[in-house]
Design a binder for this molecule. Structure first.
Ligand code: ADP
Ligand code: MG
Length: 273
C-alpha cells in the first residue's frame, strides 16, 4: 500500500502521551425537551479531569442526549455545559441567552471526541484516510504529519496491518478501533463513547473494551454509556445512573453496584447483572 510505516526513528508514543491537561466537564442544571417530552431534566454533574465515568440506565433514559449535548450535537434548553470553564455553546439563563459564535463552537468542539455505537466511518476512505481526515481539515497539520500520527494511533489500537483497509474489509471490532483512533487524532481533552460495543458480536467486544481500558490510564476524561457492567466496575471512577432524564444516583462503582442508594438503581441492576 501507499502508507507503509516509514523509517522514522521516533519512538512510538503510548496512548498516555496523548494526554492534554484539563478535561473537566461541568454540566449545570441542563434540561432538554423534544416537543412535550422532557429528555433531560435538570441534570447537574461535574466530571474531574482525567476521570472515567460510566453512564448506565434503561433505553430512553436520556443517556445519548446527554452525551450529544456535551459534544454540542444537541442544543440544551436550559442550563449550560462547560469544559475547563469554557462554555461549549450556549447558556440559557432564564430569559437570557449567551451564545458563542459558530466559529468558536467548532473550535471548542475539537476538545470533545465522540465514538458512536455504529462506528460511522467514511466507507469510501481507508482506515488511515478516515483517521487523517479531521486533523487535516480542523487542526491544519501537514498531510505528512497527519499520516505519521495516524499510523501511530492505528498501531496503538492494534491495527498497524490494516491502515489501507476499507471499513467493509474490517470486522466490527476493527472498525470501532479505527473510530477510536480517528477520535484520538484530534487530541481531545474529553472522549465520549455511546454504547461503543453494543453493535458488536460478543467475541469482538473485548478487543474494543481493552483499547478503552488503556485510554482510561491516559489522562483523557472519558464518559462511556455502556451496558457492560463488569467493564464499568473495573474501569470507571464514577457510575451515573439515569432514569427518565434525571440522574438518580452517582458514586464509585464498588458502592453503586454493591449497595445502590436508590431503589430504581437496584431494580435496574437486578435486570442487567
Ligand atoms: P438513551 O440513550 O438513554 O436510550 P436517548 O437520549 O437516545 O436515550 O433518548 C431519550 C428520549 O428522547 C427517548 O424517548 C427518545 O425517543 C427521545 N429522543 C431522542 N432524540 C430525539 C429526537 N431527535 N427527536 C425526538 N425525540 C428524541
Ligand atoms: Mg442511547
Amino acid at each position: 500500500g501507499s502508507y507503509q510505516a516509514g523509517s522514522s526513528a521516533v519512538a512510538a508514543p503510548s496512548l498516555a502521551s496523548l494526554q492534554r491537561s484539563g478535561g473537566e466537564i461541568r454540566i449545570s442544571n441542563v434540561s432538554k425537551s423534544f416537543g412535550p417530552l422532557k429528555v433531560l431534566d435538570d441534570v447537574s454533574l461535574v466530571l474531574r479531569p482525567g476521570s472515567v465515568t460510566a453512564i448506565i440506565g434503561q433505553s430512553g433514559s436520556g443517556k445519548s442526549t446527554l452525551l450529544r449535548s456535551i459534544n454540542h450535537l444537541e442544543r440544551v434548553d436550559e442550563g449550560f455545559i462547560a469544559i475547563d470553564g469554557e462554555l461549549i455553546g450556549y447558556r440559557q439563563d432564564g430569559d437570557t441567552l449567551y451564545e458563542l459564535k459558530e466559529r468558536e463552537i467548532l473550535k471548542r468542539r475539537v476538545d470533545v471526541g465522540m465514538v458512536f455505537q455504529s462506528f460511522n466511518l467514511f466507507p469510501h476512505l481507508t482506515a488511515i484516510e478516515n483517521v487523517i481526515e479531521a486533523p487535516l481539515s480542523v487542526r491544519g497539520v501537514s498531510r505528512e504529519q497527519a499520516l505519521a500520527e495516524a499510523r501511530e494511533l492505528l498501531a496503538r489500537v492494534g491495527l498497524a496491518d490494516k491502515v489501507d483497509a476499507y471499513p467493509r474489509q474490517l470486522s466490527g471490532g476493527q472498525q470501532q478501533r479505527v473510530a477510536i483512533a480517528r477520535a484520538l487524532a484530534l487530541k481531545p481533552k474529553v472522549l465520549l463513547f455511546d454504547e461503543p460495543t453494543s453493535a458488536l458480536d460478543p467475541e469482538l467486544v473485548n478487543e474494543v473494551l481493552d483499547v478503552i481500558k488503556e485510554l482510561a490510564r491516559s489522562g483523557t476524561t472519558l464518559v462511556i454509556v455502556t451496558h457492560e457492567i463488569g467493564f464499568a466496575r473495573e474501569v470507571a471512577d464514577e457510575v451515573v445512573f439515569m432514569e427518565a432524564g434525571r440522574i438518580l444516583e452517582v458514586g464509585p462503582p464498588a458502592r453503586v453496584f454493591a449497595e445502590p442508594d436508590h431503589p430504581r438503581t437496584r431494580e435496574f441492576l437486578a435486570k442487567v447483572l
